[in-house]
Write a protein that binds this ligand. Structure first.
Ligand code: NAG
Ligand code: NAG
Length: 315
């Protein structure tokens, strides 16, 4: 009996828990190794994440961590990337053209390297919703499907956070409405999500080096025209659980200064209406979510990290 229990408990330590699909180039930073999660949530195996010709291709339930090194079969928090994004912007291209209502193609940052507590997913994963049992600050650069887009700041104990973008809500509340379903969606008149589009997320700071905002710009070229949708989430608007915006800003700034790891995941739920539902105003995009209809994968590629004051020529 004792022997069997010991075997069950010790198996995760010897079995292969991390799989290493390869490295991707990030201009301005250098190549990044992907370290795939073994468990999606405790007890449920994660899906695969592949690297194909420098693109990250995430299959359903896949989650991968940007890392300096990946060692198949072991995990080590000090090998997860710790990138300071303050005063910088990260750009990439995303293709979520088969991710409909109820699917979530996500790229976010959490304090993975600083987390020394092994999670219920048998690695050092942490996030603001404690999905694997360990909490930490989370910056959602992209949580999106063909119909909805959210960019959200979360201090470690705030599962809801403060966000911007388009879509979602419930019977008595509305998600962000910075854009409309005419502007962003399949055949949208600015961002047509049936085609890949470009994402540009910036983190401007004030004179004291404190995070001012997360700026968001989605863009796409159609013919000779470039169309862009912009918004931002300002830390001055973020208060939580009795803490002032100054305190919240300082907490977020500390997490950024310590360095955060980009994470890519693809998941689905029939309860994703917080992100893509019609909301109380009826202006959101999805009446119903259908996780079973999600396409098999989403992709992320052409990553660039650059200073905010650097002039970028598009495309
Ligand atoms: C691989 O990526 C390069 C650079 O983005 C591109 O030019 C090339 O066509 C891609 N090859 C394939 C097989 O997709
Ligand atoms: C984790 O990685 C660091 C950095 O390479 C190394 O110094 C440390 O020994 C590793 N820890 C384990 C348990 O392998």
């Amino acid at each position: 009996m004792l022997g069997a229990a010991w075997l069950l408990i010790s198996l995760p330590l010897v079995a292969a828990r991390t799989d290493c699909p390869g490295e991707i180039p990030v201009l301005g930073l250098g190549s990044q190794e992907m370290s795939n999660a073994y468990w999606n949530v405790p007890g449920e195996l994660a899906g695969h994440v592949d690297v194909v010709n420098g693109s990250v291709v995430a299959y359903m339930k896949g989650r991968t961590y940007f890392s300096s090194e990946c060692h198949a079969g072991s995990f080590n928090n000090s090998l997860y990337s710790a990138i300071n994004f303050l005063g910088k912007r990260l750009r990439w291209t995303t293709d979520l053209s088969t991710a409909g209502c109820g699917c979530n193609a996500a790229l976010y940052l959490t304090s993975l390297q600083q987390n020394t507590e092994i999670s219920g997913c048998d690695d050092y994963y942490c996030d603001a919703n404690s999905v694997c049992g360990v909490r930490c600050a989370e910056i959602d650069l992209q949580e999106a499907n063909m119909y909805a887009w959210h960019s959200t700041l979360h201090v470690e104990d705030d599962g809801s956070g403060i966000g911007a973008g388009y879509g979602g809500g419930g019977s008595n509340w509305n998600g962000p409405r910075e854009w409309t379903k005419e502007q962003y969606g399949p055949n949208g008149n600015c961002i047509s999500t049936t085609r890949p589009f470009q994402v540009n997320i910036g983190f401007p700071v004030d004179d004291a080096g404190q995070l001012v905002a997360m700026t968001v710009e989605l863009s796409q070229i159609a013919g000779t025209e470039r169309c862009a949708l912009s918004t931002e989430v300002r830390t001055a608007d973020y208060t939580f659980s009795g803490r002032s915006s100054t305190e919240i800003t300082a907490e977020l700034t500390r997490a950024f200064e310590a360095g955060m790891a980009p994470i890519i995941s693809y998941w689905s739920s029939d309860q994703m209406l917080w992100m893509d539902g019609t909301g109380a105003d009826g202006l959101g995009p999805c009446w119903q979510d259908d996780a079973s209809a999600c396409g098999e994968s989403v992709s992320f590629y052409d990553f660039v990290l650059e200073p905010l004051d650097f002039t970028t020529l598009y495309p």
